[in-house]
Design a protein around this ligand. Structure first.
Ligand SMILES: NC(=O)c1ccc[n+]([C@@H]2O[C@H](COP(=O)([O-])OP(=O)(O)OC[C@H]3O[C@@H](n4cnc5c(N)ncnc54)[C@H](O)[C@@H]3O)[C@@H](O)[C@H]2O)c1
Length: 246
């Protein structure tokens, strides 16, 4: 168990990649704090982690709301005394061609995918800096690296995650905190299941490893970045995309 007694906060943990990361870290011995806006699903994931012998706690919070992020982080420090890992995973899409994109679609994606990362990172950072130790991993996307029609809003935020990651890595490296990103390609989750079949097939044709990714493929990269083996890695982006972008 590589994360025995570590405290891991995972945003967007009620389904998809975030849920898988939470289960993975719990299986490695971490106390996982699951953050999401979907309370019932959160409770169900936490219950199933506990049933499997893990330790989990839930915080219902909207990552886009700074006060909610602060309150959640403060309550974690109060209950568990520290935060070792922050996984900024919560994210949404509101796809549309730019000509048709409504202001609300732009704003919603920026609020969750970008401001959400600012909010939660700022909320946990002081505790990590005082401990002179911490790991922050944020979810970027292949769309942020190579672009994707219909996703100007989403791609802008996911490229923004990379700039945020590199800048913060330079700010806090001297205090023992590493900051990295994982950029998944096409992963089978509720976010992508609704895409039209033709779009899925066109992506598949571009993936050298000839399959879509699974949430576990992403969770393993996040696990590595939070492990002792990644102690000398900061400001990096690990692409987990089957070769879709290289
Ligand atoms: N699935 C993919 O192919 C793919 C590819 C690249 C990047 N990603 C990124 O990985 C991350 C996880 O994606 P996923 O596919 O598991 O998505 P998902 O839609 O299955 O899960 C996202 C989770 O975030 C939560 N969430 C949404 N808005 C929130 C908010 N305001 N506050 C708190 N929680 C909120 C949702 O309730 C949900 O539980 C996202 O950042 C996504 O952009 C996914």
């Amino acid at each position: 168990m590589i994360f025995k007694d570590k405290v891991t906060v995972v945003t967007g943990a009620s389904q998809g990649i975030g849920e898988t990361i939470a289960r993975d870290f719990a299986a490695e011995g971490a106390v996982v704090v699951l953050v999401d806006i979907q309370k019932e699903k959160l409770e169900a994931v936490a219950a199933s982690i506990k049933a499997a012998g893990g330790r989990a706690s839930v915080r219902e919070a909207n990552v886009a709301a700074f006060a909610q992020a602060e309150a959640a982080a403060a309550s974690v420090v109060q209950e568990f005394g520290k935060i070792d890992h922050l996984i900024n995973n919560a994210g949404i899409t509101r796809d549309n061609l730019l000509l048709r994109m409504r202001e609300e679609e732009w704003d919603a994606v920026v609020a969750v995918n970008l401001k959400g990362i600012f909010n939660f990172t700022k909320a946990v950072l002081r505790s990590m800096l005082s401990a002179r130790s911490g790991r922050i991993v944020s979810l970027s996307s292949v769309a942020g690296a190579m672009g994707n029609p219909g996703q100007t809003n989403y791609a802008a935020t996911k490229a923004g995650v990379v700039g945020f990651t590199k800048s913060l890595a330079r700010e806090v490296g001297s205090r023992g905190v590493t900051v990295n990103a994982v950029a998944p390609g096409y992963i089978s989750t509720p976010m992508t299941l609704g895409l039209p079949e033709a779009v899925k097939q066109s992506f598949l044709a571009l993936i050298p490893l000839q399959r879509f990714g699974e949430p576990a493929d992403v969770a393993k990269a996040v696990r590595f970045l939070c492990s002792d083996d990644a102690a000398y890695i900061t400001g990096q982006v690990i692409h987990v995309n089957g070769g879709l972008y290289m």
